[in-house]
Design a binder for this molecule. Sequence first.
Ligand code: KG4
Ligand code: ZN
Length: 343
Amino acid sequence: MGMSSYDVANGLILGIETSCDETAVAVVRNGTTALSSVIHSQQVHSRFGGVVPELAGREHERRILTVIKSAMADAGLEMSKPKLEAIAVTMGPGLAGALMIGVAAAKALSLAWSVPIVGVNHLEGHLFAVRLERDPITYPVVMLLVSGGHTMIVFVQEPGKYRIVGNSLDDAAGEAFDKVARFLGLGYPGGPEIEREAEFGDPASVRFPRALRDGSYNFSFSGLKTAVVTYAKRNPEVEVADISASFQEAVVDILVEKTLNAAKELGAASVALAGGVGANTKLRTVLTERAHGLDLGVCIPSRENCTDNGAMIAAAGAWRLHNFGPSDLSLGAYPSLVLPQSI
Ligand code: KG4
Ligand code: ZN
């Protein structure tokens, strides 16, 4: 029985994401509407203050089938003979042992269901999260992609046409949140912990340095991290809440300033947020307010669509499939994959 015997006109794509510490699966219709999205966040890493690659792979292996079954059930699909157009799966970048679990699961389902697979770049997945929002985004858009592993300003002419205009020269923004949180004795992941502390603190209590105010769109966070550590050691009486709020203020300040400068210089119609740090309330509100002040459109995906999820992988997979066709079953895991730049 060939693939043609299946109804592919329904445009349903299963998206599988296992690049880091989230086992996430979703069903998306037409690349824009999530019918289900199930995310299992691994807890085993919290006591180590960071993701342990070996444990991540093992946890994905244990959980993947359960998460797939829930996502299928939530979308009203049978596991035995579902009607799907394709299975999209994150092929990189990420942890090798973690990626391999998702890729292997996608291949197994592909064979069992006679449905093609499409390999998705995790970073492109984050950029496609905006397409899951109700209001269509106006291109060209300058996107701030801020996660645990990446800090990028990407000029997106249209879907698939990217130019990276800024990058972090050292730590990623999320990594800075995680490292500062760890130093302050807060939990992992650090971003949400710092955000919670910051609610009770004064963001103006400490004026931390804003690095690389050099007209470029690059970032540097290791100096800020060192400044926070040094300050906290010298001033043990200052509340963790005040330090957290001041640190968060510095990060948001520099991220928003550079994103808006890039949008103005490149003539973008709108700005958008992507990646786990995009779940930060302060970043979301400051970017929105200041972009409106400049008459720029703004797209801030829901928090669930900012952090790693299967829906964004399905959304990017739909676009890849329709423009470049499916991937071969020899698809591998590519830990160091970069975002393809075509403009
Ligand atoms: O995109 P993501 O879920 O995974 C990667 O691809 O890295 O991003 C995870 C990162 C972590 O560093 C986490 O601390 C950060 O996003 N993060 C936040 C918040 N929620 C998650 N950072 C700041 N504020 C938050 N609310
Ligand atoms: Zn991510």
